[in-house]
Design a binder for this molecule. Structure first.
Ligand SMILES: [Zn+2]
Length: 145
């Protein structure tokens, strides 16, 4: 008996003929595995698209274009979305768009007309932004930094 022959004999003793038959059959997935797979699929492929869809509609940008970008580029597409997000207009642009809002007593809200406006300061990385938000209706009106 050669060396090779002996090895084959060893393997066949450890794995009976029926084992090969069992292993070759595809195991049906249980409910937990299916759910886990769906969650993974969603969080990797569809979550960025859903988030981009939500914000694009809110910001008035093309929702379909950003969904397509995020389906293909996933989180990189989402990052691109937030880096290219403009934010509220400057004070000058706000007055241009709503000339009636600049009153002798100060700025007023274009949405509800309230003159109670609070300043909200935000620092993203190094850049400091100052938002002016209506106290009455909560709309972000313009930024001054
Ligand atoms: Zn308002």
């Amino acid at each position: 008996m050669s060396l090779l022959q002996r090895n084959v004999d060893c393997n066949s003793r450890r794995q009976p003929a029926t084992w090969a038959k069992i292993a070759s059959q595809p195991k049906p997935l249980n409910r937990r595995e299916i759910l886990g797979g769906l969650i993974t699929l969603f969080s990797i492929y569809f979550a960025p698209a859903v988030i981009a869809f939500y914000f694009a509609r809110k910001d008035g940008r093309s929702a379909l274009a950003w969904v397509v970008i995020c389906v293909f580029a996933n989180y990189l597409g989402l990052l691109a979305y937030f880096l290219t997000r403009g934010g509220p207009p400057t004070r000058e642009r706000y007055v241009e768009a709503h000339p009636g809002c600049l009153t002798p007593r100060g700025m007023s809200c274009y949405h509800c007309g309230s003159q109670s406006i609070r300043v909200w300061r935000e620092q993203a990385f190094v850049k400091v932004r100052q938002y002016h938000i209506c106290n009455h209706c909560g709309k972000t009106l313009y930024r001054s930094m």
